[in-house]
Design a protein. Structure first.
Length: 76
């Protein structure tokens, strides 16, 4: 009977380890999915930041040109 109990104990331990492994693999897959999603969001945000910086530079140049034009008007 002790051999049967040992076998059952080992089978239960094997089942427990298998369940833990499945949970760990599922957690790993979820972490990878979230990492990819975050990476995509970062790339999109980086593109928007670059576009915003370019527009800001463009507007700054326009403001500077207008300021120069205004100063020229005051001289005349």
């Amino acid at each position: 009977m002790s051999v049967e109990k040992a076998k059952q104990g080992l089978e239960q331990a094997n089942s427990d380890v298998t369940a833990e492994l499945k949970q760990a693999l599922a957690a790993r897959q979820e972490a990878e999915r979230r990492r990819k999603l975050t990476d995509t969001q970062l790339q999109e945000t980086s593109v928007r930041l670059a576009e915003t910086e370019a527009k800001s530079n463009e507007l700054s140049e326009k403001v500077n040109k207008l300021q120069v034009q205004m100063q020229l008007w005051y001289w005349f």
